[in-house]
Design a binder for this molecule. Structure first.
Ligand SMILES: *[C@@H]1O[C@H](CO)[C@@H](O)[C@H](O)[C@H]1NC(C)=O
Ligand SMILES: *[C@@H]1O[C@H](CO)[C@@H](O)[C@H](O)[C@H]1NC(C)=O
Ligand SMILES: *[C@@H]1O[C@H](CO)[C@@H](O)[C@H](O)[C@H]1NC(C)=O
Ligand SMILES: *[C@@H]1O[C@H](CO)[C@@H](O)[C@H](O)[C@H]1NC(C)=O
Ligand SMILES: *[C@@H]1O[C@H](CO)[C@@H](O)[C@H](O)[C@H]1NC(C)=O
Ligand SMILES: *[C@@H]1O[C@H](CO)[C@@H](O)[C@H](O)[C@H]1NC(C)=O
Length: 443
């Protein structure tokens, strides 16, 4: 395949353009807890940041794949819930009788290029001999299970969890694709940093959690050093009452003394995210690529999550409509994430690490139709609380893995051409022509 990089643009982003506004859908702290139990950035040195440009139409390396719209697509989903055995019960919406299927007939269309379809064979070839860890909460698990379903038509993994942990814990899983020597893991770490784990035995969901914002959670740090891809997500748990510790002392709190009316205090989230990034960047032997999946928006309408609010839409909303929605904390979370991601990228770049931003926040804000709503029963059969946080499978969450594949593909191509491209860039933004063996991605 011939790739011509016609334009090499410096990255420019507008982290600030999430609109400020009123929160019309306030969501109190407990919601998630209840449901749980490319702009290619050629810097003078190494290019390490990937937004995903357009590989197929070699021109648009500058295309930001996250800026676009959902367009009608008649082909429908990649898989059926019935033939994917990896879907968590509560996200298996059709099993619970979701009647409408129109929400599956949409595809993400970036404004300035095409997002290639998910190609399971290509994905597996790219990750052959590699390992990928999702680190975070049930939103990360949602994405991982989507990935397993997308790959299911080509290969089935073996559950090798027992080799790594004795806990028969649904929150930690390791899967192995023997034919491709590819490992996927989900490492449960809702705060990314050490916590008192009060939530484990907290039926009232209101006890303050102590989080040690300067100590990364061993649940992932113990395992991550040899991983090739580490995908951080989450943030939803930071709506709880929290007490922040640093160096052993209390430095702040949120919803202090369980005063539910206290505002968000993102100090804790920012510090935790920073600690997680610093830890992975400085981890001895770590050479992987670090992803951040930005905040996944919830969509409660006609009431708050615990007051009968739901998400019974059956179609995406337009970008304009979506920008009028301000799920509680969304903007603040998103901005904090992007800022910390950028800082980490800067630090990691010097060590030769690569970063990918999965900027899904606004993309998913347009998909209030993608949540389980009442078709994701709690195990106790209590359906009075709707799930407008997680994502049905199949569903728009599958798009996240189209992004993931695309970014990995871009990164692997660029690794191949990087030296040439960078040296040419230094000479002055000239056209770079580079042959890339078909082999490089199809091997
Ligand atoms: C994330 O994507 C949105 C559009 O979906 C865009 O407006 C925003 O600038 C992007 N952020 C970054 C950091 O690229
Ligand atoms: C590349 O992007 C530009 C807009 O920046 C668009 O006009 C053009 O059609 C795109 N080319 C391809 C091949 O997608
Ligand atoms: C499988 O991949 C691992 C790295 O993830 C590597 O160390 C090992 O040698 C590979 N095994 C085979 C049989 O290729
Ligand atoms: C942590 O606390 C100890 C004693 O309380 C102090 O000596 C040390 O300097 C502190 N470290 C940091 C990084 O603040
Ligand atoms: C969605 O819920 C609202 C409020 O309960 C209701 O008024 C509306 O008719 C529902 N829409 C559908 C498509 O069921
Ligand atoms: C179901 O939810 C309602 C409203 O939150 C609660 O009052 C009730 O106790 C729950 N029932 C069960 C069986 O958990």
């Amino acid at each position: 395949m011939k790739v011509e990089v016609l334009e090499i643009l410096k990255s420019s982003y507008a982290a600030k353009n999430v609109p400020k506004g009123v929160f019309i859908l306030p969501l109190t702290l407990l919601v998630v807890v209840l449901f749980l139990p490319l702009i290619i950035n050629f810097h003078e040195s190494d290019s390490t940041l990937y937004y995903g440009g357009n590989l197929e139409s070699t021109e648009n390396y500058s295309c930001n794949i996250f800026s676009g719209n959902w367009v009608a697509y008649s082909e429908g989903p990649y898989y059926d819930n019935e033939n994917c055995p990896f879907i968590t019960y509560k996200q298996n919406c059709f099993m619970h009788g979701r009647p409408d299927r129109e929400f599956l007939k949409w595809r993400w269309k970036p404004d300035e290029c095409e997002l290639p379809l998910f190609d399971a064979k290509q994905f597996l070839k790219l990750v052959r001999g590699k390992s990928m860890a999702f680190v975070g909460d049930s939103i990360g698990r949602n994405q991982m299970e989507s990935l397993l379903c997308l790959l299911n038509s080509v290969a089935r993994p073996e559950d090798i969890t027992g080799r790594y942990t004795l806990n028969d814990d649904k929150y930690f899983k390791w899967w192995f694709y023997a034919h491709y020597n590819f490992t996927v893991a989900i490492l449960w770490s809702p705060f990314l940093v050490k916590s008192s784990q009060a939530y484990l035995n907290d039926a009232s969901f209101s006890n303050a959690e102590n989080i040690y914002v300067d100590e990364a959670d061993k649940a992932w740090t113990n395992h991550i050093a040899n991983f090739d891809y580490v995908i951080f997500s989450g943030g939803q748990w930071f709506f709880r009452p929290l007490t922040f510790y640093e160096n052993g002392s209390v430095v702040g709190c949120q919803k202090c003394h369980n005063l539910m009316t206290d505002p968000l205090n993102l100090y804790g989230y920012r510090s935790a995210l920073r600690t997680a990034f610093r830890t992975v960047v400085n981890l001895k032997g770590f050479k992987g690529m670090v992803f951040l999946v930005t905040h996944s928006p919830n969509h409660f309408e006609n009431g708050e999550w615990n007051k009968g609010g739901g998400c019974n839409r059956t179609m995406p909303i337009t970008k304009e409509e979506s920008l009028l929605l301000h799920p509680y904390g969304l903007e603040e979370f998103y901005e904090t994430q992007v800022e910390e991601f950028m800082a980490a990228e800067k630090e990691g770049r010097e060590k030769g690490l690569r970063f990918g931003l999965m900027n899904i926040t606004r993309v998913m804000l347009m998909r209030p139709d993608g949540h389980p709503h009442k078709y994701g029963h709690n195990l106790d059969g209590n359906v009075s609380i709707n799930d407008c946080v997680h994502w049905c499978m199949p569903g728009p969450v599958d798009t996240w893995n189209e992004f993931l594949l695309h970014i990995i593909k871009m990164a692997s191509l660029q690794t191949f051409t990087q030296r040439e491209v960078v040296s040419t860039f230094k000479k002055g933004r000239k056209i770079v022509k580079e042959e890339i063996c078909n082999d490089e991605i199809s091997r």
